[in-house]
Structures are given as structure tokens and as C-alpha cells.
Design a protein around this ligand. Structure first.
Ligand SMILES: NC(=O)c1ccc[n+]([C@@H]2O[C@H](COP(=O)([O-])OP(=O)(O)OC[C@H]3O[C@@H](n4cnc5c(N)ncnc54)[C@H](O)[C@@H]3O)[C@@H](O)[C@H]2O)c1
Length: 254
């Protein structure tokens, strides 16, 4: 019970990694706010948590709209009275090069990943400052650590989250608020299936670049999120952890 008595907010909680993380957090004793703009899939996660004996509420919201980010944190306050953990998982992929990008493409990708995480963090830290504790986990990517062809706005958004994570760590350390980022390699989810549908070759070649020679599993990300959210990581703040089968360690020649 690594999160016993804690209240956790998970955005993108109706998706693969967010849903698995919400369920794992709840199984470890957290009361969870499952937030997603897809209310149907997020409600399914809430139902699963409750069926397993846990506590969860739904907060249907579009994180790219600032007033809705405030509502997510308010939902945690209304249901459980505090916010101990914010896991900013919501994100969208877009396989598109810069020279093809429209303003709408940029706004969508940056709006969900960067702006959404930024403003969810804003409203969460306002509460965490009052509590004198809190944990924020942002969702980066290997595309945050290195350039990736055809992922123009995705690289820009995820890369920015790494330094935003460091910023949060520095500014809010005096309030005992920790901030870290997870940078997954390619994980077997619908998002990757969609990217593969757009460009199968890109995903296949990408997987071969993981030294462990496979995609990661959702659980391999949620386990790291649980660790970072828990007191086991009490002296870790401001870091971005690759969880990528060795992808960012160096080049593989296959
Ligand atoms: N799957 C991978 O290989 C991989 C690798 C690195 C990073 N990531 C990141 O992990 C996160 C989760 O990815 P996933 O594979 O679980 O994808 P997913 O598509 O299953 O989950 C993403 C969730 O975000 C939600 N979402 C999208 N736009 C939203 C918005 N405006 N407001 C609120 N919610 C919104 C979607 O409805 C979905 O439930 C993303 O940030 C993604 O960029 C994934």
C-alpha cells in the first residue's frame, strides 16, 4: 500500500498508460480522480477501480482548455479534499513533419501535452502549497530526449516538459513538492497502433532501435509512476527518467 491515504489525479486516465496507472495507484491505496476528455473510457476505469474495492471518481475534461484543468483539481477537492499526486498523462500523437504542420496541428499537440500539463500543475500546486506536500509527474517520451523525424510538434511539446519538470522542482521544493518526468520508449498501446497505421515503417524501425529489442509494456511505465508518486522516491525531484529498454543509452546496429 505505497499510496495509502493519498489522493491522485491522473489525466489521460481513460487511455492505456493513464488507465493502468490509475488502477495501480488505487490498488496501492490511493483515492483516484480519473480524468480524460473521453468520459466513456475514463468511466470504465473508474468502474474497474470500484469493482476492485477502490475509490475513484470521474472528471471528464479537455486539458487543452484552461478552465477545465481547474475543474479537474476542483473535482479532487470536492470528492476527497486534497491532491497529493498529479500524473499528467494526457497526450496526443501526430506523425507529421514540420514543413507540413498547420497551426491547428501545433495547437492540438502542444495544447494537450504542454499547455494541459502546465495548467493542471498550476492548479495542483496551488493546493499542494497549502498542504506542504505533493508530487507531480509529467509524461515525456524518448521524443523528448532526442529528435525524431516526423514528430515535429510532439518533440517540441515533450521536450519542453523536461525543463518544465525541472522548473517545478526548483520553484516548489520549499513546499515539499516533488516533480519528475517519465520518458517512455515505444509502448504497446493504441497510440502506437495509430502511429503505425500512419507510417508502419517508422514504428517498426523505431522498435528495432530499442536495445532490449521489443516494445515496452504499459505496466513497465505505471510501475515507475507508482515509485515516483510514493515516498520511496522522497529524495528524487527534477529528473526525467527514460523507461525505454536502453533506447536513450546509445545506438544499436541491427
Ligand atoms: N505509447 C507510447 O509508446 C508512448 C511513448 C512515449 C510517451 N507516451 C505518452 O504517454 C501518454 C499516454 O499514451 P498512451 O499510449 O496511453 O495513449 P492513449 O491514446 O491510450 O492515451 C492518451 C489519453 O489522453 C486522452 N486525451 C487526449 N486528448 C485529451 C485532451 N485534450 N484532454 C484530456 N484527455 C485527452 C485520450 O482520450 C486518451 O485516453 C501520452 O502523453 C503519450 O504521449 C506514449
Amino acid at each position: 500500500m505505497k499510496l495509502k491515504g493519498k489522493v491522485a489525479v491522473v489525466t489521460g486516465g481513460g487511455g492505456a498508460i493513464g488507465g493502468a496507472s490509475a488502477e495501480l495507484f488505487a490498488a496501492q491505496g490511493a483515492k483516484v480522480v480519473v480524468s480524460d476528455f473521453n468520459g466513456r473510457t475514463a468511466q470504465q476505469v473508474v468502474d474497474k477501480i470500484r469493482q476492485a474495492g477502490g475509490e475513484a471518481v470521474l472528471a471528464e475534461a479537455d486539458v487543452s482548455k484552461v478552465p477545465e484543468t481547474a475543474k479537474i483539481i476542483q473535482a479532487a477537492m470536492d470528492a476527497f479534499g486534497r491532491v497529493d499526486v498529479l500524473f499528467n498523462v494526457a497526450g496526443v500523437e501526430l506523425v507529421k513533419s514540420l514543413h507540413e504542420h498547420t497551426e491547428e496541428d501545433y495547437d492540438r499537440v502542444m495544447g494537450v501535452s504542454l499547455k494541459g500539463s502546465f495548467f493542471c500543475a498550476k492548479y495542483a500546486v496551488q493546493q499542494m502549497m497549502k498542504q506542504g506536500s505533493g508530487v507531480i509527474i509529467n509524461m515525456g517520451s524518448i521524443a523528448a530526449l532526442n529528435g525524431h523525424a516526423q514528430l515535429a510538434s510532439y518533440c517540441a511539446a515533450k521536450g519542453a516538459l523536461i525543463n518544465f519538470t525541472k522548473y517545478l522542482a526548483i520553484e516548489y521544493a520549499p513546499y515539499n513538492i516533488r516533480s519528475n518526468c517519465i520518458c517512455p520508449g515505444t509502448i504497446a498501446t493504441e497510440m502506437v497502433k495509430r502511429a503505425a497505421a500512419a507510417n508502419p515503417d517508422l514504428v517498426e524501425k523505431n522498435v528495432l532501435q530499442h536495445p532490449l529489442g521489443r516494445m515496452g509494456e504499459v505496466r513497465e511505465i505505471s510501475d515507475v509512476a507508482l515509485f515516483l508518486a510514493s515516498d520511496e522516491a522522497s529524495f528524487i525531484t527534477g529528473v526525467s527518467i527514460p523507461v525505454d529498454g536502453g533506447y536513450s543509452a546509445g545506438k544499436v546496429y541491427r
